[in-house]
Design a protein around this ligand. Structure first.
Ligand SMILES: [Zn+2]
Length: 148
């Protein structure tokens, strides 16, 4: 959103600059001026484009991470229902063994980050699942809300 406003502002500025150059300068100077303007425009556009792509990638990664965390939490709940002892420390091996996870927790080749999950005191209200890259579930949710 902000990126597109910036892009529009830059476009308008470039057009104004080009108009100014066209009127004030003549001959070779005008050609050079227009050339420089176009170069700056392309550069700025490219930087903006990269920024937008980067943001989208981050958003996607955050969403994936959140999905995995929710999946892990649901799996722990199911595990606890059928186990005499509540899971206290995150044990993905146990969850996998019982087929409780619906999403793969190992990163795919499209993933930019390698999310690694841990969790302590899960049998208490203090317990949280934490991703080493993205933080706990509340942080990831906040990050997604900020990005959208
Ligand atoms: Zn993560």
């Amino acid at each position: 959103m902000i990126a597109s406003i910036v892009a529009i502002v830059i476009c308008v500025l470039m057009i104004l600059l080009l108009m100014f150059i066209g009127q004030r300068l003549s001959g070779e100077m005008r050609t050079v001026g227009i050339f420089v303007c176009i170069c700056i425009g392309i550069y700025a556009g490219h930087q903006l484009y990269k920024g937008i792509i980067q943001k989208q990638l981050n958003l996607e990664q955050n969403k994936k991470c959140l999905e995995r965390m929710e999946d892990i939490m649901a799996a722990i709940e199911k595990y606890n229902e059928n186990s005499p002892k509540l899971m206290e420390k995150l044990d993905l091996g146990k969850l996998q063994k019982k087929n409780l996870l619906t999403k793969p927790i190992t990163p795919t080749e499209n993933d930019k980050f390698e999310c690694v999950y841990s969790g302590q005191k899960l049998d208490t209200t203090e317990g949280k699942i934490v991703c080493t890259v993205h933080g706990d579930i509340d942080q990831v949710r906040l990050e997604i809300a900020k990005q959208e």
